[in-house]
Design a protein around this ligand. Structure first.
Ligand SMILES: C[S@@+](CC[C@H](N)C(=O)[O-])C[C@H]1O[C@@H](n2cnc3c(N)ncnc32)[C@H](O)[C@@H]1O
Length: 245
């Protein structure tokens, strides 16, 4: 009985992963345009802020998508070596092209895999980053455990993700924008009926910053800190792998 429940949960995770992978592959060619347009270009600033928190030279960028975060980090220092990981081959092809165009292909390596099953040995990376990706993970706690595992002792985790603005009036305007305007523009430009309905739904379903801080501590991170950006639209969480091994 317990075996059957576990199997059916694994099937659900697998099916959700396939759906998410398919959706991102479908919208890949319009992803950057929509990102910059729908965020009024502020997404670039958010990634820059996250890149500043990265420490060390061996860096893993989870859910790298079209590679903007990896490129932002690589530009900071030519000694940085970044592995960008994603489940979507289409997103990774675009990331590859962008890295080549920016002459950063020697610094950025791309790997197709899931962030819940990282194909790297333990304690390998100085920093692990995930920008707007943890929300999409099919098993977030497992992804957090994997981040922790592959980080070296004292290594840094950086999580950039949408949050829930709490300022009265602004909160309502933001909700109206994300739930009514954004899906409409997203649908017209991406050509995908549901992808930009998925965005506000997944933002709403993503735990608030206190929960995420708690989850990071629960998997073992120390010095967990959260900074809100742009009136709380986005939260930047950081933590350190504090342990004896
Ligand atoms: C919203 S995009 C973020 C891309 C990029 N980090 C950025 O800053 O724009 C989310 C990405 O997560 C990827 N993704 C979703 N589930 C994943 C998983 N389980 N493992 C790895 N990548 C995943 C998608 O393919 C997509 O490229």
């Amino acid at each position: 009985m317990a075996m059957n429940v576990k199997k059916s949960q694994e099937m659900q995770v697998y099916e959700k992963r396939k759906r998410v992978q398919h959706m991102f592959s479908f919208i890949a060619s319009r992803y950057d345009l929509l990102n910059h347009l729908l965020s009024f270009n502020i997404d670039r600033l958010w990634r820059k802020k996250a890149a500043c928190r990265v420490r060390g030279k061996r860096i893993l960028d989870l859910a790298t998508g079209t590679g903007d975060m990896a490129i932002e980090i690589a530009k900071r220092d030519k000694n940085f070596h970044i592995i960008g990981l994603d489940i979507s081959g289409e997103m990774l092809s675009l990331a590859q092209k962008k890295a080549r165009d920016a002459r950063l292909e020697n610094q950025i390596e791309l790997v197709q895999a899931s962030m819940e099953h990282l194909p790297f040995r333990s304690s390998f990376f100085d920093s692990v980053v995930v920008a707007f990706g943890l929300r999409n993970a099919q098993d977030r706690i497992r992804a957090l455990f994997e981040m922790f595992r592959v980080l070296r002792k004292e290594g840094t985790a950086v999580i950039l993700e949408f949050s829930h603005p709490a300022i009265p009036v602004f909160k309502d305007v933001y909700l109206y924008y994300t739930q009514c305007i954004l899906p409409l523009i997203g649908k017209v430009i991406s050509g995908h009926r549901n992808a930009y309905l998925y965005l506000p739904t997944s933002i709403a379903a993503f735990p608030n910053r206190e929960y995420l801080k708690h989850a990071m501590r629960a998997v073992g991170f120390g010095n967990v800190y959260c900074k809100l950006l742009t009136l709380g639209i986005v939260a930047l969480h950081t933590g350190k792998k504090i342990c004896k091994v």
